[in-house]
Design a protein around this ligand. Structure first.
Ligand code: GLU
Ligand code: MG
Length: 455
């Protein structure tokens, strides 16, 4: 630890202690998108920040049901990673004030970044973008089920719609006010909240941030929702499919800037006023979409959500304000487009990996720029309303319809393999193949019940 770092640690620990913090809950998100925690006393934060806490490398090849699969490089009980808190991100948890939260980064025992680390992958992609002259902004919007659990175990949604209604708000405002105040106290910006279409469904659009902050907020947001839900006698589920109806999406909005802060998604001379690099970035994402879906929709029930006619973005197309397109381009109101023009990646659910998804989008986008790729014409119809022949003629493919298909698309993506590195790419493919093998063909109700409180 450098003297500067030591001073930062002392100030951080003193500040948290003065605010009443006694313990730390530190999180990492594994291959199967489960948020794993390690907890320790605040007094030990500096020690953990220096030498980390041990975690078996088997967590790099764990499925969301806690079963382990294997990869070429990772198998058996031998091997350890060190998990180091990124203390610059530490924050007191306002609703459980004896606790602070911090994300973890994975290192090896020589102090080098461990090649599996999903958060490290995102950091690398942000740095690569910056080296090439670009800055990316991102914002997640998450839908989830808010429910009571009745004495007999029945899951009772807190509202029954109508979607976006004042009636549903009336049943959820106390919870929502607590949630918004807690997030604000933790520095998590929220742009909007409302009750959604499905029974008990809520939605929050998080504020725009740099991609690492956006990803950390995804984790901290879900952690906070779980806490506030429990304090109100509810439970919250971020599973892709919860109750019959629409699924829980976790759409990711992104925009691209040059290092002077000029938007490359507006003010240019390409289609819909995109700048040339903005167009190429989006074309790169479109080209890798089927592979990225494996990271954005990592469970078997994810593909029950990712269906046509659900506004979930089941087609590998882009369109202007087209809610059936996997990539929905939003120009925003005239006058403010420098700040508002963005692409919404809709083909993602709440089990989608908060670090791998943004990292993969940046990787694919940068590849599009490197190759000078261009976009096809924007799709301005619902591809699901066309015949199969019309879709084929227009080049509108459906995204993978199952986890197994998506896993093979990821396996075949040289762009993502090169960006992620073999260890992370192999483990992401292996976990998805293994989940597909265990879960495909099983009754959906069983999977929904088993996975309800998993994400
Ligand atoms: N629930 C839909 C999904 O799974 C999204 C609906 C909406 O656009 O708000 O993605
Ligand atoms: Mg929504």
């Amino acid at each position: 630890m450098t003297p500067d770092h030591e001073q930062h640690m002392d100030r951080l620990v003193d500040g948290l202690r003065d605010a009443g913090v006694k313990h730390v809950v530190a999180t990492m998100v594994d291959s199967g998108s489960i948020t794993r925690v390690k907890c320790f006393d605040l007094d030990d934060l500096a020690t953990f920040a220096r030498s980390g806490s041990g975690f078996s490398t088997c967590w790099a090849r764990v499925m969301s049901n806690d079963h382990f699969t294997t990869t070429k490089a990772l198998q058996g009980p031998v091997g350890d990673m060190r998990m180091l808190p990124d203390t610059g991100r530490a924050v007191q948890l306002a609703a459980t004030p004896k606790w602070a939260w911090t994300p973890l980064d994975l290192y090896d025992q020589e102090g080098e970044p461990f090649a599996f680390c999903p958060r490290g992958f995102l950091k690398r992609m942000i740095a690569t973008a910056q080296e090439r002259g670009y800055a990316v902004c991102m914002a997640f919007e998450l839908e989830w089920l808010l429910a009571s659990i009745l004495g007999d175990g029945t899951v009772e949604p807190v509202h029954r719609g109508p979607g976006y209604s004042s009636n549903a708000w009336a049943l959820t405002h106390d919870f929502s006010a607590d949630l918004l105040e807690t997030l604000a106290a933790q520095g998590v910006r929220v742009s909007q909240l409302h009750p959604e279409y499905s029974d008990g469904q809520m939605e929050v659009s998080l504020g725009v941030a740099d991609p690492l902050t956006a990803a950390d907020w995804h984790v901290l947001f879900r952690h906070t929702v779980r806490t506030i839900s429990e304090q109100h006698g509810y439970r919250s589920s971020f599973s892709p499919v919860t109750v019959p109806g629409l699924g829980n999406g976790s759409h990711l909005h992104f925009s691209l800037y040059d290092l002077e802060g000029e938007s490359l998604f507006t003010g240019g001379d390409r289609v819909l006023e995109l700048a040339a690099d903005g167009e190429s970035f989006l074309a790169g994402v479109l080209a890798e979409l089927s592979a990225i879906v494996a990271l954005a929709c990592p469970t078997v029930p994810s593909y029950e959500r990712l269906r046509p006619l659900h506004w979930a973005g089941a087609y590998r197309v882009w369109g202007h304000e087209n809610r059936e397109a996997a990539l929905r381009f939003i120009t925003g109101m005239v006058g403010g487009r420098r700040d508002t023009a963005n692409m919404e990646f809709k083909a993602a659910d709440c089990a989608g990996h908060p670090y791998l998804l943004p990292g993969a989008i940046i990787a694919a986008g940068l590849d599009g720029i490197a190759r000078g790729m261009t976009l096809p014409e924007p799709c301005s119809v619902d591809p699901g309303s066309l015949t199969a022949e019309e879709r084929a003629a227009a080049g509108y493919e459906q995204l993978p319809a199952s986890l197994g298909e998506a896993a093979e698309a990821l396996a075949g993506s040289d762009v993502l393999r090169a960006a992620m590195g073999d260890l992370l790419h192999d483990s992401s493919v292996a976990v998805r193949r293994a989940e597909a093998e265990e879960d495909e063909g099983r009754p959906l109700e069983d999977l929904v019940r088993e996975q309800l409180w998993r994400f």
